[in-house]
Unconditional design. Structure first.
Length: 206
């Protein structure tokens, strides 16, 4: 599993780019304890490498929208809103540009990061959600798709997964472990160690 490309406090777009460019948990080609350890490390990296401060469980408007369990795996969530999303760096010019295009300010932004691992099977799933209150669904989809297209290491394919129209994001070899879905004013990025698990996660989203 590749690491997040963005450091803590980077612009909102970079957070989603990072999540889409290989941060999703995936089972390694190993068995037994090695597989479980790999999936556990993948999941912990997905949360810890963001290092976003001031997160509080149960905070934010995304609670109750994201699923608590997927495929029998319990997800542990962290939520943030407003300035807490960005930490000490604050609103950079890149973030401000993103917000201007969305006709929003930082107080309209809420995020959720959820990660779950099944230690016995080595499977894992992650859900990243970013809400920009009142933003246009089509504009959000176009903006984030454009960002993905600018990352030459990604392959992008429009698919229907879990009953949702999604953008499947693969690495240079075409392997897909990440799916982006936009609903209303929320961008969801789902990472999973299998397409079936991703389908369950996406089916549970609004």
């Amino acid at each position: 599993m590749s690491r997040f490309s963005a450091t803590a406090g980077a612009m909102l777009v970079a957070i989603v780019v990072a999540a889409c460019s290989g941060s999703s948990p995936s089972a390694q080609q190993s068995t037994g304890s090695e597989q479980s350890a790999a999936a556990s490390a993948a999941a912990s990296s997905a949360a810890s490498q963001l290092s976003l401060p001031s997160y509080a469980a149960g905070a934010g408007s995304l609670e109750g929208i994201v699923p608590d369990t997927v495929g029998g795996i319990t997800l542990q969530y962290q939520f943030a809103s407003g300035q807490a999303v960005l930490g000490t760096q604050g609103v950079t010019p890149e973030v401000q540009d993103f917000l201007d295009k969305a006709h929003a300010d930082i107080n309209d932004v809420t995020t959720a990061i959820g990660v779950g691992v099944d230690q016995s099977s080595g499977t894992a799933v992650s859900i990243f959600a970013l809400r920009v209150a009142g933003a246009d669904e089509g504009a959000l989809r176009d903006q984030f798709k454009q960002v993905m297209e600018q990352n030459g290491s990604n392959t992008l394919t429009q698919q229907t997964v879990g009953g949702k129209s999604v953008l499947a994001i693969g690495d240079s070899s075409g392997d897909v472990t990440t799916w982006m879905y936009v609903h209303s004013d929320i961008v969801f990025v789902v990472g999973a160690s299998s397409a079936d698990l991703a389908a369950e996660a996406l089916a549970a989203l609004p």
